[in-house]
Design a protein around this ligand. Structure first.
Ligand code: HEC
Length: 216
């Protein structure tokens, strides 16, 4: 092993090079990003008293994010909106502006995604789809979106026999739906399904940032 010092030098430089390229340079570029108000005052500071964005995901929505990860939604859905002129994200109404690095700073796990077999979900909470719609869609996408190739997540729901009053949480199937439960039964979301829908509704890009204003 007469070339041991050379070997160590090689290992050192390979590691130092990748550390600089991957970690140090990204940290210099975006490591100092903080929450901010939607626009800045003339000195470039946050405007006192205004809400700081991005908001942190909390409560039930935070639990729902875990369900989103466990169910593998990321294999078909991204959470990143491209800027106007780059692809058709804006025209598809996937978000009122592009997403930027600062949008993700409050997230412990960033779910950018790489594959778009379904629509981008960065702003899904800002679309006119309410909790009832999401539950039916998750239970079986064919109910709301005929021909969809999203798999059903029916195992996140339970079928109960109706005893007394029907449950207020029961899924609201369209009349005579072939996917509805048998007479006398109802389908209710589990806690995981409730949390997942809460998370989906919390995904919104409805605030401006100094570097990315909402496109009117
Ligand atoms: C195999 C790929 C695939 C997986 C996995 C998948 N989806 Fe989808 N998703 C799609 C496709 C395709 C569509 C478009 C058709 C439709 O609306 O069903 C879609 C549509 C959606 C929509 C409607 C968005 C809109 O703007 O209309 C939501 C919400 C959604 N998916 C949530 C989820 C969640 C939550 C999960 C995980 C539990 C998930 N998807 C897993 C493929 C997938």
């Amino acid at each position: 092993m007469k070339n041991l010092p050379l070997l160590f030098c090689g290992i050192f430089f390979a590691l130092a090079f990748s550390f600089t390229g991957l970690i140090l340079s990204s940290n210099i570029q975006i490591g100092s990003l903080n929450q901010t108000t939607q626009s800045l005052d003339e000195n470039g500071n946050n405007i006192a008293g205004e809400t700081l964005y991005p908001l942190k995901t909390a409560g039930l929505a935070k639990q729902g994010k875990q369900v989103y990860i466990e169910m593998g939604c990321i294999y078909c859905h991204t959470q990143q909106v491209r800027r106007q002129g780059f692809g058709a994200d804006y025209e598809r109404n996937w978000g009122p502006r592009q997403s930027v690095a600062r949008d993700y700073i409050m997230q412990d796990r960033v779910l950018l995604g790489t594959m778009r077999r379904g629509p981008d979900l960065m702003h899904v909470g800002g679309r006119p789809l309410n909790a009832d719609w999401h539950h039916l869609h998750l239970y079986n996408p064919q109910i709301t979106s005929k021909g969809s190739n999203m798999p059903p997540f029916a195992f996140l729901y339970e079928t109960h026999k109706i005893e007394g009053e029907p449950s207020p949480d029961a899924l609201k199937f369209p009349p005579n739906s072939e996917y509805g439960p048998e007479e006398g039964y109802e389908i209710v979301p589990t806690r995981d399904a409730e949390a997942l829908v809460e998370y989906l509704l919390s995904l919104k890009l409805d605030y401006s940032l100094p570097e990315a204003q909402i496109v009117e």
